[in-house]
Design a protein around this ligand. Sequence first.
Ligand SMILES: [Zn+2]
Length: 196
Amino acid sequence: MKNRIGKIEVITGCMFSGKSEELLRRVRRARIAKQKIQVFKPLIDTRYSEVEIVSHDGEKTQGYPVKTAVEIMDKIDSDTDVVAIDEAQFFDDALVDVVNNIAGDGRRVIVAGLDMNFRGEPFGPMPNLMAIADEILKLHAICAICGEEATRTQRLIDGKPASYDDPIIVIGALEKYEARCRKHHYVLNKPDEQSK
Ligand SMILES: [Zn+2]
C-alpha cells in the first residue's frame, strides 16, 4: 500500500507520565489530517473500559481490544494510514515483528507503553520496540515523595512498598501505584545484583 516509507514511534515512561495523553494527541492530529487510524490495546487492560483508551486526564478514544500481538496484523484494514497501540508492555514479544511488518507496509505505527515494571526492570516487548523505533519519546512524571522528576513506578500494597515477588494480584489488599524518582523507588527483597 501507499508509496510511503513507514515509521515506528515509541512513547514510553513510568505510570502517570502522560503516555496515553500523548498517544491520543497524535491520534487526534492524524484524524484532523483525514488519515485513517486504527487503535489497539491488549485485552488485559480493563482499567476503565473494554474498548476505550482513556488517559488519566479523562480523554478517550475507541480502541480495539486484542488478545495477542499477531491478532493486530489480521485486523488492519488495507486503507489504514496510522496504527496506534496502547499499553504495549502487556503484549507478547511477537509485537516487535508485528510492528516492524506494519511499518514495512508503509504505515505509521505509534506505540505507547511502560518502559519498566514496578521492580524497575524492562517491561515485556518494550526494550526491543525501542531498539527498532525510528523515534522514541521518554516521558517523566513527578515523584510523589519529593517532587523531582519521576522515572519509576512504585507499587504499594496496603500503603507499603511491594516485594519483588509479590503476586500480580494480592487478594484482599489495597493496591496502588505512584510515580517515584530513583531515590524514592523501593522494591523489597530485590535479589542482589551481584548474586545473579
Ligand atoms: Zn523522589
